[in-house]
Design a protein around this ligand. Structure first.
Ligand code: SAM
Ligand code: SF4
Length: 489
């Protein structure tokens, strides 16, 4: 049986797809990269912005005829859109056989079997958040089956989920509805998963949570495990060289966490802490629970406690009621905050959120577009200055694979490679493909807003013992969705 999967959205979705494919492969499925060659065609979906949903509906539309001609093929919609819109999916794409929400992925194999046995569509969804908290929590099951190293593009990097859901209810955001209540995983379970990954050759772990720094697990004997405690626990895992974590909520950036980032050498000095807007009125309407002054103080605290830390952010432009004056405050913040990079999004009203009910989508599309471009242009200058600071420096890079350029021109033997520093700056350099998965020192010669260019320091490869010398120097990340082997649309 052949399986095809397309993934839209964040790192959490990429991880869910990796796990779905891993567990279906254990049941005999083989992965194919052509939808029409597959017996089971899955779409793991995102609902954060309308655009992500539109992509899935057009992909489903393209398969309508194929399904008509091949009725035994099974088409499934998984994840956030499935949880949010089962009726709409059935109306717009009646040829879909399976609708399976984020909290029900463990049932996917059973659902495929039921479609095959009965010929009838199957739906598995968690409860919506109007029910009692306990019941809703139980209905959103964290999907953490055994890891399968062959499902990652490189065995030396892996995502690890430490929590599911979100309780912040920012007024623009659909995540708390489609991913359910915030629930942290047991620290022992996480540590065991990290040990397994390390035993399989994994060097870099990225811990995932919607508000990862809100992680807390009550052990039941009065002791509470926080993210700082969890980092310390994972830090002790032999073989693990780098630990990152995304995404942070500004209010939950506690001193104990910053001290852990400072004191644990394997923890990368990179923090993704989305601010969303530089204007207090907008932040209030977004219900972000902090002011711009609080956020600026938090940045100072991060930089004072963790020297050399790289910080990145997210912004939404064109949120309801955002005037030119409020947008100008976001521009000021980007000019002054020194973010390594920012992800900038045009506000997309989401039915089912408080923002959709309370506020009109009153910023015209062309104004959103212009603000997006303007803010990006400012951030690009800031990023270039940040990257240029590193020219002449020697940085430690975990080599991830061929650069985009090398992939495009497809050559074998020595070629252009890419990797990231401990602060998540992307570095491109010439080297032999045997360096992939190794940690090397690179001298930086050139910089663009998004990439550093350098050359390998010959005769020098480093392990974690040598990391600290590099840590002093750089800062960087990119919390954007990183491709994990599978088709990502
Ligand atoms: N949990 C993370 C946090 O709180 O920052 C981010 C989750 S969300 C999937 C990623 C980013 O998408 C957010 O930081 C926000 O900038 C953006 N986003 C969320 N809802 C949006 C909407 N309705 N329109 C545009 N961008 C949105
Ligand atoms: Fe969405 Fe806000 Fe939760 Fe992030 S913190 S997932 S933006 S509701």
């Amino acid at each position: 049986m052949k399986l095809y999967i397309e993934t839209v959205g964040c790192q959490m979705n990429v991880l869910d797809s990796e796990l779905v494919v891993g567990s279906l492969r254990r049941q005999g499925y083989e992965l194919t990269y052509e939808a029409e060659a597959a017996d089971v065609i899955l779409f793991n979906t995102c609902s954060v912005r309308q655009h992500a949903e539109d992509k899935i509906y057009s992909a489903l539309g393209r398969l309508r005829q194929h399904k008509r001609q091949n009725p035994s093929k099974i088409i499934g919609v998984l994840g956030c859109m499935a949880q949010k819109d089962q009726e709409l999916i059935r109306r717009r794409a009646p040829h879909v056989d399976i609708v399976c929400g984020t909290g029900q992925l463990a049932r996917l194999a059973e659902l495929i079997g039921q479609v095959r046995d009965t010929g009838r569509p199957q739906v598995a969804l968690s409860l919506d958040r109007t029910e009692s908290r306990h019941e809703v929590e139980r209905s959103f099951e964290s999907y953490d089956p055994l890891r399968d190293p062959s499902m990652r593009p490189d065995p030396f990097q892996a995502y690890v989920r430490i929590m599911i859901g979100c309780d912040k209810f920012c007024t623009y955001c659909i995540v708390p509805s489609v991913r359910g209540p915030e629930q942290s995983r047991h620290p022992e379970q996480i540590a065991a998963e990290v040990r397994q990954l390390a035993a399989e050759g994994c060097k870099e772990i990225m811990l995932l949570g919607q508000t990862v720094n809100s992680y807390k697990y009550d052990l039941g004997d009065g002791r509470r495990v926080r993210l700082s405690d969890l980092l310390e626990k994972i830090h002790a895992t032999p073989g693990i060289e780098r630990i990152k974590f995304v995404t942070n909520f500004p209010k939950d950036m506690t001193d104990d966490l910053l001290q852990a980032v400072r004191d644990l050498p394997k923890v990368c000095r990179y923090l993704h802490v989305p601010v969303q807007s530089g204007c207090d009125d907008v932040l209030t309407r977004m219900k972000r629970l902090y002011t711009v002054a609080f956020y600026r103080d938090m940045l100072d605290r991060c930089r004072e406690t963790v020297p050399g830390v790289a910080i990145s952010s997210d912004f939404i432009v064109g949120f309801s009621g955002e005037t030119e004056a409020s947008f100008a405050k976001s521009c000021d913040l980007v000019r002054e905050a020194g973010f390594k990079n920012s992800f900038i999004f045009k506000y997309s009203p989401r039915p089912g959120t408080r923002g959709y009910e309370l506020y009109a989508d009153d910023v015209p599309e062309e104004v959103k577009k212009r603000r997006n471009n303007d803010l990006l242009a400012i951030q690009t200058k800031v990023s270039l200055a940040d990257h240029r600071r590193l020219i002449g420096e020697r940085v430690e890079v975990l080599v991830e694979g061929p650069s985009k350029n090398a992939l495009k021109h497809g050559s074998s033997g020595p070629g252009q490679l890419t990797g990231r520093t401990r602060t998540d700056h992307i570095v491109v350099f010439d080297g032999n493909s045997r360096l992939v998965g190794q940690t090397v020192m690179i001298d930086i010669h050139e910089a663009s807003p998004f990439t550093l260019y350098g050359s390998v320091v010959t005769g020098e490869q480093v392990g974690v013992d040598h990391c600290e010398m590099a840590e002093e120097r750089e800062p960087e990340l990119s919390a954007g969705p990183r491709r994990i082997g599978l088709p990502l649309v």
